[in-house]
Design a protein around this ligand. Sequence first.
Ligand code: HEC
Length: 399
Amino acid sequence: METHVVEWLGLLARWVHIIAAIMWIGNSMLYNWMERNLRPGKEGDPNKFGELWMLHGGGFFKLEKFRAHADTLPKQLFWFKWQSYTTWLSGFALLILVYFQSSGAFLLNPLRPEITYPIGVSIALGFLVFGWLIYDSLWRLPLNQGVKLTASLILLIAAAWGASELFSGRGAYLMLGAMLATFMSGNVFFHIIPSQKKMMATLEHGGEQDMSLSKRAKQRSIQNNYITFPVILTMLSNHYGMLYSHPFNWVILLVLMFMSALIRHFMNIRFQWKPWFAASAATMAAAAVIIFGIFHFTNQKAAAGETAGLGEPVEFVQAWAIVQSRCLPCHSTTPSRPEFSALIQGVHFDKPEELKAYADRVKVRVVTQESMPLANITAMTPEERAIIGRWVDQGAKLN
Ligand code: HEC
């Protein structure tokens, strides 16, 4: 597809995606908050779960939650589903526009050439479809909750490891997030909305509100509640190359996911449990210590390699020749691989000054992370990486 068309479509899809996601998650956070702040009313109505007064927008809102009967139902009843569906649909469009475009450069693992474009895209789609089928079937089984939860966590760990083996680091983070986000929308589409529809149908036929249906919808909705923070984390992760390019990227991701789900839990119980803030801060600190440990113990080899190379002086022409052949195909105003132009966001190395301006980032991407050239499409060698690293360390001089 034409690059600028992809760029415009990407902007549109991302915009819609973020707006829909804010509406969906914001709504669900508000409902969750209201649910947990309901107080029993004075009249002792057995059909009433509780009530709540709120002040917003210059007026008072009185909210009551109750079990309905056919005769108490109003003509107009609001319920929410399109926010969730729109988030999933625009997210899927973005997956195609960013990760399935440009020969899958963001998705595929440069160290696994046997996973070609069609195989990689099929595995990515498989993550969404089979991921959902496995998760959904597991939670339909008549097993103890604890067993199902343990099995889900083991499967999540396996999925994180598997994704990091099959996809690029960035692709792995995103695919794990896309899979969990699919669980969330799947829960709305296949469980929450259908049980609400059934509930309405029984009520309209004069029946009583079936509490087992409410319970099933609620279980999936609680799972969505816990998945939210980990999913938001993976959706933002493409900005953090340091994390997704790490050899233990999947462990780091799991630590951050468990941390954020635990913090979500503390936030859920915060109205009955006073030390929630201290507990959240302690969880964050513990995660930081673990991740720092992972970086520290895996970085010693890299640090040794870096200092060993400092000695030999590098001429600018050497570095420039490497950049010309390995980077300019993409990082130029006149690229020979224009399919990436939309994603490069104006980082061009046509002039030596431009290269110097980005010197620090160049070292991070080329030497520390080895995440540039993208998917090593231009076949940069380890020696060339070392030369670029030394040129930057020696002051990125232009003569
Ligand atoms: C196949 C195309 C391609 C090649 C070749 C390529 N890049 Fe990139 N580069 C990209 C894309 C796409 C982005 C934006 C996405 C990202 O940041 O991962 C990018 C972003 C960057 C950024 C800016 C983002 C940041 O982290 O600061 C730098 C710096 C960079 N590349 C350096 C290099 C260097 C140096 C080379 C050559 C050794 C190189 N790239 C080769 C495609 C390429």
